[in-house]
Every structure is written in C-alpha cells, then in structure tokens.
Design a binder for this molecule. Structure first.
Ligand SMILES: NC(=O)c1ccc[n+]([C@@H]2O[C@H](COP(=O)([O-])OP(=O)(O)OC[C@H]3O[C@@H](n4cnc5c(N)ncnc54)[C@H](OP(=O)(O)O)[C@@H]3O)[C@@H](O)[C@H]2O)c1
Length: 324
C-alpha cells in the first residue's frame, strides 16, 4: 500500500498525517514514480501553515523528490520504465509512490545519487536563478546571503564563490558560521548579535554589496537594504521569519535607487526548455565538484512532523532529506 503524508487543515506539525492512499494507473501524459528520497523545504512549512494557500483538502505536502519510473501512461515519449528521475515544485511529494505529469521531471545523470538529487533540485535550481537571473553576479562583486548555512544558503554561497564573487553570509550561531565558511562564505556575520550593515560596510571598504539575497524576510529587511551599494539589488526570496508587508517603495529611493525583486523558482522553470537549462547547469556544477550538496540530516518520512519542527526551530543545517 502507498503511504502519503496528508493534511486536512492548516496548522502546526501535528496536522501532518501518515495515511494509506490508493494511486491507480497513470493517465495519458503521466507516469507512476516510486520515490527513493524526498526533499524537505521551507515552502512545505508555508503550505502547511496556510501562508501559501493550497486547494481543497486533503492535500499531500512536499514539492521535491527523486525516484524511479514504475509505470508509464499513454502519450509519454521521453520517459520509460526504470528511468531514474527527480523533480521540484510539484506538490504531492511526501509519499512512497505518486502519479504525475512528466512536465516537471528530469532524468538523473549516473553521477548524481538519488539522495543528492532530492536534496538539491529545488534549492540548487533556486541558487542558480538567484545568481544568474535575479541579480546576475559578476566576478569581483560582493554579495550578502541570509541564512547562509541553510539548504539554499550552502549551495548559493558555494556557487557564488565559484563564480568569483566575495560572499558575506549571515547565520544564527557560531557553529553555523563555521559551516558557512566551509561552504563558500568568505566572511560571516552573526545576525542575531551584530550590526549587519555596519559589518558589511567594514568588509566592503564602505561600498556595500551589489546584491542582498534575503530568504529570512521581515526580520532582516532593513539590514539587507542598508547593506547595499547605490543601485544595488535586494532579492527577497523567502519569509522564514514572516512575510514582508506594508513595504514603502519610497525607501528604495532613499537608500540609493535600489532594485527589488520578489521571485519564485516556479517562474524560472516554467517550461521544458528553462527547466532543462536550469537543471543542466546544476548537474554540471555538482558533477564537476564546484558545488557540493551537503545533507545535514535525514528523517524517515513517517517522522516528517519532527523534521518540520526542527526546520522551524532553526536546528537544521544544509539540506534535509526524508526517506520513504
Ligand atoms: N522564492 C523561491 O524561489 C525559493 C525557493 C527555495 C527556497 N526559498 C526560501 O529560501 C529560504 C530557505 O529555504 P530552505 O528550505 O533552504 O531553508 P533553510 O535555509 O535550510 O532553513 C531556514 C533558515 O532560515 C533561518 N532563519 C532566520 N530566521 C528564522 C526564523 N524566524 N524561523 C526559522 N528560520 C529562520 C535559519 O538559519 P539561521 O539559524 O542561520 O538564522 C534557518 O535554518 C526559505 O525562506 C524558503 O522559503 C525560496
């Protein structure tokens, strides 16, 4: 029997229920995928709490996984039974097996293990569009990265350093500072204790950074804006501390004609061509060894509620993988 982690209402980790679910045969354009590893992401928390509303209940949470194709429906040309595949941004990943359309699937190269794929597809493709599209970094730039020891953070910082960028990472503890330095950061700032903007000015010789990649949201908004050089770019791509609301755009003028983007990965992988390009770039930097995927912790899928608690309590580092 296939088991899935479903919710019947928004709420805390206690709303996550392990339930048997029938899945049947794939329809036209669909395949049945048996998961071998599932990625945990902060977006799962936003969807569980209702910050990012879902459709009708019940809903199976989870946006990312790796596995093997077990059955193929009609009208599926590019995928076959036995293919190793992975995906991101497709709701319903917290389960042993699922049916899904092939639009979001990519085949895994031999050099990428399933757990690595489940750990990196969503966070790694995010790092890629942040560095190449949101603000396309150039060698010699300095950037600021919030939550630098987290899932996206460790990939983003390594990739940026690989591109010749000076990386300043903000982290919540001295242990995380050490980890961030092992994963791309040239400098770290303890943002719960230090004056972030003052430290950034000190590190950059008064200039400020070209871009601030901020996934923390409400708590770090002003620290990010105050750390930017004139015409710098503030990329607000997450809300770990709560969403930014009532933002006065006039502040962008006062602080040096700044740019602001609020992006989502969904936009950057919205068609097959973009998805292949994004995933292909990620596979290249990981297979070359330029970016290493750091799985900080794993949990049995049945213990996903504890994984959510730990993620929200800032206890995790790097990526988290759930094992079905
Ligand atoms: N827009 C997109 O396309 C996109 C895609 C992927 C992820 N994201 C966003 O990127 C962020 C990182 O995602 P992730 O899955 O890799 O998670 P993560 O960074 O591994 O975990 C979140 C981290 O945020 C920091 N944090 C700061 N204030 C926090 C608070 N009040 N509560 C909880 N954590 C807090 C913590 O690190 P410290 O202890 O070091 O502060 C925590 O470990 C999330 O905000 C996520 O929504 C956005």
């Amino acid at each position: 029997m296939n088991n899935a982690i479903r919710i019947h209402q928004y709420g805390g980790p206690e709303v996550l229920n392990l339930e048997p679910v029938e899945i049947g045969a794939p329809a036209a354009g669909e395949v049945r995928v048996r998961h071998t590893a599932i990625g945990l992401n902060f977006i799962d928390v936003y969807q569980r709490t209702g910050l990012y509303p879902l459709g009708d209940f019940p809903q199976t949470l989870g946006m990312e996984a790796a596995g093997v194709i077990e059955t193929v429906g009609s009208d599926v040309a590019d995928f076959a039974v036995g293919d190793r595949v992975a995906y991101a941004m497709s709701l319903g990943a917290y389960c042993n097996e699922r049916l899904m359309g092939v639009e979001k699937l990519v085949k895994l190269p031999d050099g990428i293990e399933d757990r690595t794929a489940a750990a990196m597809m969503l966070q790694g493709m995010t790092a890629r569009y942040l560095l190449k599209s949101s603000y396309p970094v150039q060698a010699g730039d300095s950037i600021l990265v919030m939550a630098a020891a987290g899932g996206v953070g460790t990939l983003l910082c390594q990739w940026a350093r690989h591109l010749g960028v000076t990386v300043i990472g903000c982290v919540g503890s001295p242990e995380k500072a050490q980890l961030a330095q092992q994963n791309g950061c040239h400098h770290t700032i303890l943002y719960k204790e230090e004056d972030v903007a003052a430290r950034v000015r000190e590190i950059t010789g008064g200039e400020g950074v070209a871009a601030a990649y901020d996934s923390v949201g409400q708590a770090t908004l002003m620290a990010s804006l105050d750390s930017l050089r004139p015409t710098g770019t503030f990329v607000s791509y997450g809300n770990a501390s709560g969403p930014i609301s009532d933002f006065n755009v006039g502040v962008l003028a006062q602080k040096g004609s700044l740019y602001l983007q609020r992006p989502t990965l969904a936009t950057y992988i919205r068609n097959r061509e973009l998805l292949n390009q994004c995933a292909g770039d990620l596979f290249d930097v990981v297979q070359s060894g330029a970016v290493k995927v750091r799985i900080g912790q794993t949990y049995p899928l049945a213990e996903v509620a504890q994984a959510h608690r730990d993620l929200e309590a800032r206890k995790t580092t790097g990526a988290t993988v759930l094992l079905p």
